[in-house]
Design a protein around this ligand. Sequence first.
Ligand code: OFO
Length: 170
Amino acid sequence: MMISQKMADAINEQIKNEFYSGWLYLAMAFKADEMSLKVFAEWFRQQEAEERAHAMKMCDYLSDQGAEVALSALDQPTFDGSSIGAMIDETVKHEIFITDCISKLVDVAKSENDNATFNFLQWYVEEQVEEVASVTELADLVKLAGPNQLLMLENRMKETIAQRASEPSA
Ligand code: OFO
């Protein structure tokens, strides 16, 4: 194995967080479906696919470094699903949490003098800046729209969804 056990354990922990993120967004997608907000549901499904790609990219990295990929059980997703606004706010909170996790992972790479992992993680550092910015913007738009303009907001989101679908996620 080309990386330390401590580094491999920390990455495995983050793999779980990334898969959990997907699990959470999938649960939110079904909740949005229940609310007949089909475009929000599609947006959450896209989020889920991205999270799975984030996790898989880490799995492949561990594998390339000759370390064990140790998958573990995922917790049941818990979130406030009382409205679409509440779910988007939860998404912002969750992405800030994930940003913090990535930052801690970078700290481990630094303390282990692991340049390869440090470099590998820079992609995630940048990705988190983008994720937090885009979900925060969506949270603001949901507040601006209020409950009566959600369908109009969904129309606007269709473009973003189509654009994201045409981009490679990882
Ligand atoms: Fe993996 O970026 Fe969101 O959680």
